[in-house]
Design a protein around this ligand. Sequence first.
Ligand SMILES: Cc1ncc(COP(=O)(O)O)c(C=O)c1O
Length: 375
Amino acid sequence: MSDFSKLVPDHVRKLGGYIPGKSLRQAQKESRVTCIKMASNETPYGPSPRAVQAMQAVLADCNLYPDNDASELRQKLAERHQVAPDQVVVTAGSSSLLGIIARALLSPGLNGVTSERSFIVYPIVTQAAGGQLITVPMQNDGFDLDGVAAAINSNTRIVFLANPNNPTGTVVTADPLDRFLAKVPQNVIVILDEAYSDFAQRFAELRGVEYSRSLGYVRQGRNVVVLRTFSKAHGLAGVRVGYGIGPAELMAYFARLRTTFSVSVPAQAAALAALEDGAHTRRAVENNAEQSQRLIDGISQLGYRAVPTWANFVYCELGEDAAAVAKRLQAEGIIIRALGPWGAPTAIRVTIGTPEQNGVFLNAFKKVMEQVAVK
Ligand SMILES: Cc1ncc(COP(=O)(O)O)c(C=O)c1O
């Protein structure tokens, strides 16, 4: 038998791999109770019925390969975002595009810069491309943009900015982002990862601030790529569709690195239909804005620090072993995320659910934390 460790390059051997939130099926099997999944920032309202219908309508055509360039979807996205179609690349989720971006821009000796405690895919894609990820300490639970600017060097090619940030839910609003971009040298592409933009935009309206001018930067021809996804507010996480918008020349390189035919026929149909169902997305976004406060208030009343969120989840510091709390919550039928893998072993992230789900969570959380307190 071969010694595979000798065949696999060093940077691949050292890869950590993605640790997903526990699936409903797995959690229910373990805990023997019906569970609510509040672990992976999916919407509790499901896909748009129009998207479901659109997928059903194309299922019988699935003997044919999909349109490799997702032409119709690109055209629609370009119109919606007022850019040219060749500035849009559609991929099987935005995580997949992150991998493409890292492979296109990084190699051994080059680096990307991001914040500590940000999206867990950034280190994976950077290392898989043979690059190094520089992580800057957080400031107020979010990105320290001065620190990020100071960490950039002549070997930096990418800045990954999750906005809002996952798992802390914090945002960098438009003005500080403008000031940051003015400091970024020409050898660096700034990835504005806006997976939660629909939620953030609503919070910004309610809070009277400007969330992001990201698409404006693209229209001005800046070194910026905006990432969006259908996985969150549109409820299509299981279907895998995301996209990037950026300079046409760069996007053409990214398009060449896509896995051929990776955005399936149902995925393209679902995304097109979801774009037409604004009412469905608005319902998810409105519920999220209302319920975020209820969750934060409920957690705070029990004496724990919950960070105000701009996304569809709440980051909470427990000062207790979060993995143990997650296990107890699972026994009560709630799956949340303990943040040890993010270097926060006493913090959890809870996805905002329906009013009923949040009520069930708050009751279970109270019960579990009271047990922890008397332990
Ligand atoms: C910050 C951030 N970016 C990107 C994604 C990727 O989403 P997808 O690959 O489902 O499009 C996520 C998903 O959790 C995320 O939190």
